[in-house]
Design a protein around this ligand. Structure first.
Ligand code: F6R
Length: 256
């Protein structure tokens, strides 16, 4: 795992966006794995800036969202289908036909999850997956206790996740209780993972993911099993890392 510690959240977005743009420039018909939540928003803004400046063309790139709520309509502006359309597909000038979100409104949720896996496989799998991390160490909506072998499936959100995401809704009671999420096994199949975290509220989850044991109690610790996982954090999110001097040295050497 490569760990990059940068002074500010803006630096995190810029460096992450450059990695992602670099991977997709080499593969104009590649597949981008999309996270929602606040962590990747500045990455999307930076990618949109590159697209507007004609430095990047994502019109042939497919997108697959990590997860979706169950129990709210697509017209709810907090559904991830709506968030992805607003924050990603439009600003990044991606082809809406190529951008996929799990169908949390399907009558048969289990079949919707299986179909999602098939669609990802038909596109050749994800080339670069953007990830945030929950305060409880989740990736996607794989809450603590999720199997590292899990696939896209119907899950119940942890109370902490509902509390953390209440800021996006009018009232905490409006936060859905269930979701569809790519599994940890699904996420680990992406060719490259880029996880970003900003702010002190993420510091203990980042330390557990990067330096803690491999454990389903911290789903993000599964990144330790991946050959090409990069974790890009600001100083506040890096505050509890024991080896931060070493990571900074390694990053400096890689840049020289
Ligand atoms: C959302 C997702 C989640 C978030 C995580 C952090 O698609 O996959 O794992 O990345 O809950 O959320 P924020 O970025 O809002 O702190």
């Amino acid at each position: 795992m490569e760990l990059i510690i940068l002074p500010t959240a803006d630096d995190v977005a810029r460096v992450a966006a450059d990695r992602i743009a670099g991977a997709l420039r080499k593969k104009p018909h590649g597949v981008l794995g999309l996270a929602t939540g606040s962590s990747p928003l500045a990455i999307y803004r930076e990618l949109a800036r590159q697209v507007e400046s004609d430095l990047l063309d994502l019109s042939g790139v497919s997108g697959f969202a990590l997860d979706e709520y169950v129990g709210i309509p697509e017209t709810n502006e907090q559904s991830y289908a709506a968030v992805i359309a607003r924050e990603v597909t439009g600003p990044l000038r991606m082809d809406p036909e190529l951008v996929h979100v799990p169908n949390g409104r399907a009558d048969d949720l289990s079949a919707a999850c299986d179909d999602y896996e098939k669609e990802m496989a038909a596109c050749g799998g994800v080339d670069v997956q953007i990830l945030g991390i929950g305060g409880n160490g989740h990736i996607g909506f794989n809450e603590p206790g999720s199997s590292f072998a899990s696939r896209t499936r119907h899950k119940v959100l942890a109370p902490q996740t509902r509390a953390d995401n209440a800021r996006f809704f009018d009232s905490p009671a409006d936060v859905p209780t269930q979701c569809l999420t790519q599994g940890i096994g699904t996420i680990l199949e992406a060719a490259e993972l880029v996880l970003v975290a900003q702010g002190e509220a993420k510091a203990s989850a980042v330390a557990a993911a990067v330096e803690g044991p491999l454990t389903s109690m911290c789903p993000a610790s599964a990144l330790q099993l991946h050959r090409r996982a990069t974790v890009i954090v600001d100083e506040a999110a890096a505050a509890l890392l024991k080896l931060s001097d070493y990571y900074s040295l390694a990053f400096e050497v890689s840049q020289s």
